[in-house]
Design a protein around this ligand. Structure first.
Ligand SMILES: [Zn+2]
Length: 385
């Protein structure tokens, strides 16, 4: 018996609901509730079975000036802002910070203003597709169980190369558990989710790849457990909204009075005095483009970090309404994820050829199903010995 898991970034339930992927093989199909946020939160939950508060992985940047890999950047903040935030300076700062801190994970600074970087740390310090990348992840479990496995991700290869390499390894019967992470559909859907014909062509391409991998797995002569998963969906853009333009006129200064990170679907705030806290909160409460997450909502979403490192206040935009401009760009993309998991477009998928041991309704369930497969494989391995 072997297991082949393919995680396709952003392949949401809305895209496959009426356009089944390999329906002759993948008979078990499920809509999966994602976790609020981006891949940086959803994939660690899928890999570890823990919600963000417990995995420690949510949005990439969180408030922690003492451990910031950008602490050294403080020495540069005497430079005029246009120089500090010039494309070339930003690149140098990103590369130098990554080298100095020896991070092997997902290291991006997007458009976060350089003068704010020294206040933030990054949660994806290690490659999450390796053991130790996320606390007690599937890969730690596979190691502990003694299952021969391999992961394939963008850290080493393009999607096409991943498919090719996995097929080669299957042909050579190298492993018992294969984990393929295909990330390129995400970028395509961000820019072209409105283009139905283009989306259809893209799905055809991925289905073709999945079939190639499946056929190769079958040729090993082993029984194959075949899973196709995703981390979240993609919500088409309805409108852009200048949230920064609502906050800036209040006249408070960063980083003296407060800090704010404008991700594309949410804004997070940390306050250093009560006046800023009160007035910014009041302003946010007047807006109808989104809402401040209540304590109960944060708990329900698994993002109730007790030290507020992921934001004292999280202001979440309504589905389809993007913060524009944001730290991710002056112009928001045509599609985005990171809205409330209740938005149907947010849902991820679970597809399999064999009946799962339990219903995979959430990313935590998906982890449990995979973990149980890893145990089954391990028992098989030990029985053969
Ligand atoms: Zn994305």
């Amino acid at each position: 018996m072997i297991a082949v898991v393919t995680l396709i970034d952003a392949l949401g339930w809305t895209y496959v609901k009426d356009r089944p992927i390999m329906p002759d093989v993948l008979k078990y199909r499920n809509e999966v509730r994602t976790v609020l946020g981006f891949s940086s939160g959803a994939i660690p939950t899928l890999l570890s079975g823990k919600m963000p508060k417990d995995s420690g992985h949510w949005n990439l940047f969180y408030y922690d000036p003492e451990h910031s890999p950008f602490r050294w950047v403080r020495w540069l903040t005497f430079l005029p802002k246009p120089i500090l935030n010039h494309r070339v300076t930003r690149r140098v700062i990103r590369v130098a910070s990554q080298r100095m801190s020896k991070f092997g994970g997902y290291f991006q600074i997007y458009g976060v203003p350089v003068e704010l970087l020294p206040y933030f740390d990054i949660c994806e310090k290690k490659d999450i597709y390796r053991p130790g990348g996320v606390p007690s992840s599937l890969f730690d479990q596979l190691e502990a169980l003694g299952v021969r496995y391999r992961t394939y991700s963008y850290h080493e290869m393009t999607d096409a190369e991943i498919v090719r390499t996995a097929r080669r390894d299957l042909r050579e019967k190298k492993y018992d558990f294969y984990f393929l992470y295909l990330s390129e559909l995400d970028a395509f859907l961000h820019s072209q989710c409105h283009d139905a014909a283009g989306v259809a062509r893209s799905l055809d391409k991925y289905e073709g790849w999945l079939r190639e991998v499946y056929e190769e797995a079958r040729r090993t002569g082993e029984e194959v457990a075949f899973f196709v998963l995703s981390d979240h969906g993609m919500t088409p853009k309805r409108a852009g909204y200048d949230l920064v333009g609502q906050i800036r006129p209040l006249g408070f200064e960063m980083p003296k009075d407060y800090l704010s990170l404008y991700d594309s679907t949410m804004a997070r705030f940390w306050f250093f005095n009560d006046r800023a806290r009160k007035q910014i909160t009041e302003r946010l409460n007047e807006l109808n483009c989104g809402h401040i997450l209540s304590a109960a909502e944060k708990r329900d979403l698994g993002i109730d970090f007790p030290d507020h490192r992921q934001g004292e206040i999280v202001f979440l935009m309504n589905p389809g309404v993007l913060i524009e401009p944001s730290f991710f760009g002056t112009k928001a993309p045509e599609g985005m994820h990171g809205f409330h998991p209740d938005d149907p477009y947010s849902s991820a998928i679970f597809l399999s050829n064999l009946a799962p041991s339990r219903r995979a309704d959430t990313l935590v369930d998906v982890h449990e199903v995979l973990h149980e497969w890893a145990e089954t494989l391990s028992n098989g391995v030990h029985a053969q010995r």
